[in-house]
Design a protein around this ligand. Structure first.
Ligand code: HPA
Ligand code: ZN
Length: 330
């Protein structure tokens, strides 16, 4: 089954580009940019990757973000990731970036996007891999700060009309940060033609998924696995054919499920006929890139080849590609 997964063309829709920074790269960039880290060595940092919840992970993730300073840093990070997932036969990617975790430290918005975009262009030229950017609002910060980030995005798009920024997302600490706090930002983003996605129902309650649908008018729900606590919501997600970007390794590493055998992905896919997709979230932190996520969940839940193909096709269907572009991938 692993070799079948290796050659299956895959799409990734839930990937935080800053979550691809491997500990070796964190140390290398820290040294280059004179950033002090709280861990003594690569091994020390890697051994700290044991999390009991989302917040423990985020504390380390934001600390590591501080090593990213120049446009070339963002380019190198993205290029290393794209090179890695090209080996997994990733054919299309819609990546998340958290501009606020960089602009807050004095890094210019365009430095972040220019660096990432350059690597994306090269991946398309070299391998035909297509990709898009979704800028995320950090929900632990104020809605005003999120609005500022959206305004920077709209200004960037005005200056760079061909930039691949296609959507806005909502990420970071979920508990006690309901989507309704951010609805003005999403309304404005929508008015400017951006698509919407939101992390909901990972650690937060199913009502955050409902709010994401009703108030943020999302096109996809990121994670969404807690929908199973509300059967009316599950029915609605099925009727809407609302995609869920599920991240199996992440869910185990952040203790959303105790072990992979307990993961509800197969139930969501087969019993409730939801548009479930497989994604890697923060692969450097959660023990695996897209291929490993497919393999781990396939082995633990004994997924068939047909089910794996269905999951991969759901990824194409749930993407923000045009119908014509999707047709070339199915
Ligand atoms: N969840 C929420 N916010 C995040 C994550 C995540 O897994 N990774 C980076 N920001
Ligand atoms: Zn995520």
């Amino acid at each position: 089954m692993d070799s079948f997964i290796d050659i299956l063309p895959k799409v990734e829709l839930h990937l935080h580009i800053e979550g691809t920074l491997e500990p070796e790269t964190v140390f290398q960039l820290a040294q280059k940019n004179n950033v002090t880290l709280s861990h003594a060595s690569v091994e020390d940092l890697r051994s700290a990757y044991q999390f009991e919840n989302l917040q423990q992970f985020l504390d380390l993730y934001y600390q590591a973000c501080a090593v990213l300073v120049t446009q070339d840093d963002f380019y190198q990070m993205t290029m290393a990731f794209l090179t890695r997932v090209h080996q997994d036969n990733l054919v299309h990617l819609e990546l998340f970036v958290d501009p606020q975790s960089h602009t807050d430290r004095g890094v210019a918005y365009e430095v972040v996007i220019n660096g990432i975009w350059q690597a994306m262009k090269e991946a398309q030229e070299n391998w035909g891999m297509t990709s898009k950017i979704i800028v995320c609002v950090l929900r632990h910060l104020s809605p005003e700060m999120g609005m500022e980030m959206l305004d920077q995005t709209l200004e960037y798009l005005k200056q760079h009309p061909t930039a691949p920024i296609v959507g806005i997302g909502l990420d970071s600490s979920e508990k006690n940060r309901p989507p309704n706090l951010f609805q003005d930002i999403f309304a404005k983003a929508r008015d400017h033609g951006l698509k919407a996605v939101s992390h909901a129902g990972e650690e937060g309650p199913p009502s955050y998924i409902t709010e994401s649908l009703d108030l943020l008018k999302v096109h996809r729900v990121d994670h969404g696995v807690r929908c199973l606590e509300d059967m009316d919501l599950v029915k609605r997600l099925s009727q809407l054919r609302m995609p869920l970007t599920v991240c199996p390794n992440s869910n185990i590493r952040l203790c959303v499920f105790d072990k992979m055998e307990d993961h509800t992905l197969k139930v969501l896919l087969e019993e409730h006929d939801l548009c479930v997709t497989i994604n890697s979230d923060d692969p450097a932190y959660f023990g695996g890139y897209i291929g490993e996520n497919y393999k781990n969940v396939a082995n633990a839940l004994k997924l068939s080849k047909e089910q794996l193909v269905k999951l991969a096709k759901n990824g194409i269907e749930a993407s923000f590609l045009t119908e014509e572009e999707k047709g070339t991938l199915y």
